[in-house]
Design a protein around this ligand. Structure first.
Ligand code: SAM
Length: 287
């Protein structure tokens, strides 16, 4: 177990460096010693694997990942943490820290440059203010990664892992299930963090599919249709798509009929396969 799992050590480091937590950067650092080893173990940190960590904080999870995997590359935006990490991770020679915004890093290149011959997984206690952009960016790029194991806000975990037909199912659930198989792993209470956030958290793992869950001629069209369907989720699908896509209702009715989808259904009642059969008029012309 890393020395960083000790709350006293963490508080001492924070005090010595005069570190002030940034709410804007989602800085709630883990202080519960049992959580990081579980994320590492359930997140594929093991021999033969390279791990990308997003948001190191003072390195509590990083140390657990580096003890188990061949190599860890972490991306941390806050440059104030770099001298801290020099100290806290000094015992490891298999960690590289990149000081940048994860949404601006070329991850395909990073994987090719840093993880030759290894399988790759992502593990992180995510900054919650950009949970969806990070997950969608990791998935949409079709990176050669096996899994994404992340701590997120509890409500986000429920939405991301929601099954079609449930009230929580939304555009993000369907987009995530297109690229991966999501699972909720375990819950983490707010008291496990310093400072304690106002929300509870959960760890989820997305096992990335080798090819998407369904085959469609135009991925952009699929996501436009899903987004429009859920944009006014209380409306029937015919009305939601008509206003969301800016198409006449008669046109949408024909699209739905061809896709064998009831115009009276609500978006949350449709499966990914149902959405995948709906074609925009332009797609039909091209076929
Ligand atoms: N892994 C640490 C832990 O568990 O204690 C810190 C987790 S904290 C919830 C999120 C971390 O992400 C912070 O260190 C924050 O500075 C960093 N961060 C915020 N926005 C970021 C971004 N766009 N790119 C990279 N790191 C970011």
């Amino acid at each position: 177990m890393s020395k960083l799992s000790n709350i006293g050590t963490i508080k001492d480091i924070v005090n010595r460096y005069g570190f002030s937590f940034s709410k804007a950067l989602g800085q709630n650092f883990l202080i519960n010693p049992s959580v990081c080893p579980r994320i590492a173990e359930m997140g594929n940190a093991r021999p033969g694997f390279g791990i990308i960590e997003i948001g190191t904080g003072i390195g509590v999870l990083t140390a657990e990942l580096a003890q188990r995997a061949d190599k860890v590359v972490c991306i941390e935006l806050d440059s104030r943490l770099l001298p801290v990490l020099d100290e806290t991770l000094s015992e490891f020679d298999n960690i590289k820290v990149i000081n940048d915004d994860v949404l601006k890093v070329d991850l395909k290149k990073l994987i090719a440059d840093e993880f030759a011959g290894m399988q790759v997984a992502v593990c992180a206690n995510l900054p919650y203010y950009i949970t969806s952009p990070i997950l969608m960016s990791l998935l949409e790029q079709r990176l050669p990664i096996v899994s994404i194991t992340v701590m997120v806000q509890k409500e986000a975990a429920v939405r991301i892992c929601a099954k079609p037909g449930s009230r929580e199912c939304g555009a993000l659930s369907l987009a995530v299930s297109y690229y991966s198989e999501p699972k909720q792993l375990f819950s983490v209470s707010r008291g496990s963090f310093l400072p304690a956030p106002d929300v509870d958290s959960a760890v989820i793992r997305l096992d990335v599919r080798e090819s998407p869950a369904i085959q469609v001629p135009d991925e952009k069209a699929l996501f436009a249709i899903i987004k429009a369907g859920f944009s006014q989720r209380r409306k029937t699908i015919v009305n939601a798509l008509s206003s969301g896509l800016g198409l006449p209702k008669e046109e949408v009715s024909r699209m739905l009929e061809r896709a064998q989808v009831s115009p009276k259904a609500r978006a949350e009642q449709l499966t990914l396969e149902d959405f995948g059969r709906i074609r925009l008029p332009a797609e039909d012309d091209a076929a």
